[in-house]
Design a protein around this ligand. Structure first.
Ligand SMILES: Nc1ncnc2c1ncn2[C@@H]1O[C@H](COP(=O)(O)OP(=O)(O)OP(=O)(O)O)[C@@H](O)[C@H]1O
Length: 607
């Protein structure tokens, strides 16, 4: 994916909405004709009634026609607004979908970068602010591109002097708009940065409220929220100041221009008597329409620029989340530089169709000299050669911070190696269809995420398909949750997660296990709890995991001696390097660090 240009997101949306733009152009043209017709009919009616003193019945038809034209004009204005709103709704839906897609597809580190509150603010507020670009700016710009020209042409044919005055004064409005617009865009970008910071700080404080209270930091955090909310207020006030000055200046230019035209017309009509009343009146009706359109365009331009700031913020977020994926894509691309585009597409298609098949049974997983760093100069991981046979039970062990979780994430495909490769059944993991791979993998972390919903709904997401109540009950049973569920007032329909009933660490892990039982994965990645669970819970967990592991390759970040001793292969990590691997007895005999670790665990009574 190439780096997005300044208005790439807007042009993308524009090209998706060609039909609506064409419709806007047609309606604007018709609106121009209606405005001119209305002015002509009003001038004609006034001329006949007040100057020629014609009877009411003789102008009846003219007045009816005038009413019809006015109705058509209103309808066309309504239509223009409606098309604009439709465009805005579609653009916002597309943009939100892109943001969501990018966040879900991006690599884990890039998704985790930045504050959650800031991302929420971009996905909701910034996208909402983009509305006025499509609902106001676009329709007004389309009108401005056609109607003033039509009015100018008619005015020139009626009275050239007025035409020249309009032609001379009109450019001041867009010139002024550009000057103000440039300033507004920067201000608006600043406003969104402030809003994102404010949302981020607020959400962060809310999530860490207990910790902040315990450490007596609540007051300081309150000041922090106040500081960022004041920053947001100042940025908003800055924009409003520009908006008010903008309106004042535009009104002044318009009033001055209309005044000049009126003066010129009065002189021509009364002093030089060089023009008819009809012409003067028609021109006097058209001139305010002309300036009012330009003025509206000015206001729309202002909100358009504000929207652009918001859109830029969305673009930035899309760029940030796609940078890491772009790097990976590039690396993969260089491996296959011999392939033509068509070959690549065909190959990808082939992989997509066979992906599920390739990983349908417990696969062989190989790590070939995988190297990884979160950021340059940070912690680095080197694996050397690792071979994990189908259905093997692997334990990753090592000190805290030695890189166990990082290794697990690399095997899961959540992190992409900087060099080397993770092979699944002989082919690179990055070449497998991601969805097919994740369909075969379950990752049970120490703190599984529980969504706001019922117990049953939380288990059902493990299946990724519609599952029956009986299947959910069985999975809960197999994961050792039957006792817990029986104690709940509403059983599996109890509301858990945010805003619902809380769950203990052990219960959460069993819920994650129930998800895995529904999924029946070929690969299980398990981050064993470091905190001590009671003997009963521990046994239930162990039994459930053992039953799941019968049909899967199991890779555990192990802390319990029991798990370590029973593993087919132990990977011993130290400071990011795979120091040694083998059976418990073998490692005990040849690796002093391992023997020391086992000794410490034994003394801690964890066996
Ligand atoms: N997103 C990240 N960005 C930068 N560095 C990170 C990131 N996540 C982890 N690290 C660093 O990488 C190193 C290895 O972390 P990792 O979580 O893999 O260790 P671990 O062996 O699983 O530790 P523990 O047993 O305490 O969970 C640590 O020094 C950690 O600070």
């Amino acid at each position: 994916m190439k780096r997005r240009g300044k208005s790439n997101l807007i042009s993308q949306q524009m090209s998706l909405q060609r039909k609506n733009r064409l419709l806007l152009a047609i309606i604007s043209l018709a609106l121009g004709v209606a405005i001119i017709s209305q002015a002509t009919l009003v001038a004609e009616a006034v001329q006949r009634i007040f100057v020629e003193k014609a009877s009411f019945s003789s102008v009846m038809l003219l007045l009816v026609l005038l009413l019809v034209v006015m109705a058509v004009r209103s309808l066309l204005s309504y239509g223009n607004g409606k098309v604009g709103l439709h465009m805005a709704a579609r653009a916002k839906t597309n943009m939100r979908a892109s943001v969501l897609q990018n966040l879900t597809r991006a690599s884990m580190p890039s998704t985790l970068r930045g504050q959650t509150g800031g991302k929420v603010s971009v996905a909701l507020d910034a996208v909402d602010e983009a509305d006025s670009y499509f609902s106001q700016y676009m329709p007004r710009m389309m009108e401005a591109a056609m109607i003033p020209i039509l009015i100018l042409v008619v005015t020139f044919t009626q009275h050239a002097n007025t035409g020249w005055i309009m032609l001379f004064t009109a450019p001041f409005i867009p010139l002024f708009m550009i000057l103000v617009g440039l300033k507004t865009k920067n201000k608006s970008e600043e406003k969104y940065a402030q809003l994102a910071e404010f949302s981020g700080t607020f959400l962060d404080s809310l999530q860490g409220l207990v910790t902040l209270k315990i450490f007596g930091r609540a007051k300081r955090q309150q000041q922090e929220i106040e500081r960022s909310s004041l920053g947001y207020r100042d940025a908003t006030m800055g924009i409003l100041k520009i908006a008010f000055t903008n309106t004042f200046m535009l009104e002044s230019i318009v009033m001055l221009s209309i005044g000049i035209v009126a003066l010129e017309l009065a002189i021509q009509l009364l002093v030089f008597k060089s023009m008819s009343f009809h012409t003067a009146f028609l021109v006097l009706l058209l001139v305010p329409e002309f300036y009012s359109l330009l003025k509206n365009t000015g206001t729309a331009f202002h909100s358009g620029r504000t929207s652009m700031g918001a859109i830029r913020k969305v673009e930035q977020m899309l760029e940030e989340t796609s940078i890491k994926s772009t790097q990976t894509e590039r690396e993969e691309g260089s491996d296959q530089s011999e392939l033509t585009n068509v070959d690549t597409i065909a190959k990808t298609e082939e992989l997509r169709t066979t992906g599920a098949e390739l990983i349908s049974m417990p696969p062989t997983i190989e790590l070939n000299d995988v190297r990884f760093q979160y950021t340059p100069d940070s912690f680095g991981l080197e694996t050397g050669q690792i071979l994990i046979g189908p259905g093997e039970q692997i334990a990753i062990v090592g000190k805290s911070g030695s890189g166990k979780t990082t290794l697990l994430h690399l095997i899961a495909g959540l992190l992409k190696p900087d060099s080397g490769a993770v092979l699944v059944n002989g082919s690179q993991l990055s070449q497998h269809d991601e969805a097919a791979w994740f369909e075969r993998v379950s990752y049970i972390t120490q703190h599984p995420y529980i969504f706001a919903g019922t117990f049953a709904e939380n288990i059902a997401i493990g299946a990724g398909r519609n599952v029956s109540r009986a299947e959910i009950e069985q999975a809960a049973d197999e994961a050792g949750l039957a006792g817990v569920v029986a104690q709940l007032e509403q059983g599996l329909d109890t509301f858990v997660g945010e805003g619902g009933r809380g769950l203990s660490g052990g219960e959460k892990q069993r819920l994650a296990l129930a998800r895995a039982f529904l999924k029946r994965p070929a690969v299980i990645l398990f981050d064993e709890p470091t905190v001590g669970l009671d003997l009963h819970t521990e046994r239930v967990l162990q039994q459930s995991i053992a039953s799941l592991a019968k049909t899967a390759t199991m890779i555990t970040v192990a802390h319990r001696l029991y798990t370590i001793q029973h593993a087919d292969n132990i990977l011993f990590m130290d400071n990011g390097v795979l120091v040694d691997s083998g059976h418990h007895e073998a490692l005990l005999a040849r690796l002093p660090q391992y023997a020391e670790m086992v000794d410490v665990q034994r003394k801690g009574g964890l066996a």
